[in-house]
Ligand binder design. Structure first.
Ligand code: KMH
Ligand code: ZN
Length: 271
């Protein structure tokens, strides 16, 4: 089986320090958390940033500063979020692509997101895909509902993205696909042969779906964006602690963990 790529989603847009005081929010805190996560076994850093008040922002300057701090000590692939936060405009969300990160997220459909709507109409999706193509950025297709897989294939037909595709199944968001084993099996069976995939289980689904992905040959995303607990009623101490647990589980199943350069190789990213 392919080596395991672990993505650390350190901060997200929704989690706050009130939810978990260990959440990294400043550029330096995020860079420190990225280093710890990479040391623990993460090879991709899924990146959101915050403004001085801790609110989500897609400021190019804040991304630039954070990426530069991360890259002082890390070799991990930086994957910039174009999801941002619910309510942001398309132009805000796509702005950090100008920094030409190695990867970025591309959500291929609209979904209810808790009390809000995570808006991704066809014009946004095509615009984002076009910008990623122009800037040489590898998209990770974020799938919150099964229909988003078909929407991604439509982008392939239009020449906006290229096979083999890399998917991230984001499961258990209130409003999106649930996070039961049968849901993951269905998504995995719905993507084209030759694709790679990772799973981001929200809340209590993080661990169960991570374990399934290790066994099924997929990859795993963990971190405070998706889950703030180590176990029921016990907050996680750090993003690295969540990465370490996946590394231990992978070890039990004999699945080796990919380094950042091995992750690049698996995903077809040239550095
Ligand atoms: N914050 C969510 C509304 C992504 O990073 O691309 C969207 C999100 C997805 O986090
Ligand atoms: Zn995100």
């Amino acid at each position: 089986m392919e080596k395991l790529i672990i993505t650390a989603a350190l901060t997200g847009a929704e989690t706050t320090k009130e939810h978990n005081p260990n959440l990294p929010v400043t550029p330096q805190e995020i860079a420190d958390a990225a280093y710890e996560a990479e040391q623990a076994g993460a090879s991709i850093i899924h990146l959101h940033v915050r403004d001085r008040d801790g609110r989500p922002t897609q400021s190019v300057e804040t991304f630039r500063q954070t990426i530069s701090l991360i890259q002082k000590k890390c070799r991990a692939i930086i994957q910039v979020s174009t999801g941002g936060a619910v309510g942001m405009t398309a132009e805000e969300r796509i702005a950090p692509i100008s920094l030409k990160p190695e990867m970025a997220t591309l959500t291929t459909g609209t979904v209810n997101f808790g009390d809000g709507v995570f808006l991704n109409p066809p014009e946004y999706i095509e615009h984002f895909a076009q910008k990623m193509k122009e800037n040489g950025v590898k998209p990770e297709i974020e799938v919150f509902e099964a229909g988003m897989i078909k929407n991604a294939l439509a982008l392939v037909k239009k020449g906006l993205i290229q096979m083999p595709l890399h998917f991230d199944f984001v499961m258990g968001v209130p409003g999106g696909i649930p996070g039961e084993p049968r849901d993951l099996v269905y998504l995995v069976e719905s993507i084209p042969a030759g694709s790679t995939w990772t799973v981001a289980g929200i809340g209590r689904y993080e661990l169960t779906l991570g374990a399934m992905a290790i066994i099924m040959g997929g990859h795993v995303r963990v971190g405070f964006e998706d889950n703030i607990y180590y176990k029921k009623g016990e907050l996680a101490e750090s993003n690295a602690q969540l990465v370490e647990r996946i590394v231990r589980l992978a070890g039990e199943f004999g699945r080796e963990v990919a380094t950042p350069d091995e992750a690049r190789e698996i995903l077809g990213i040239k550095k």
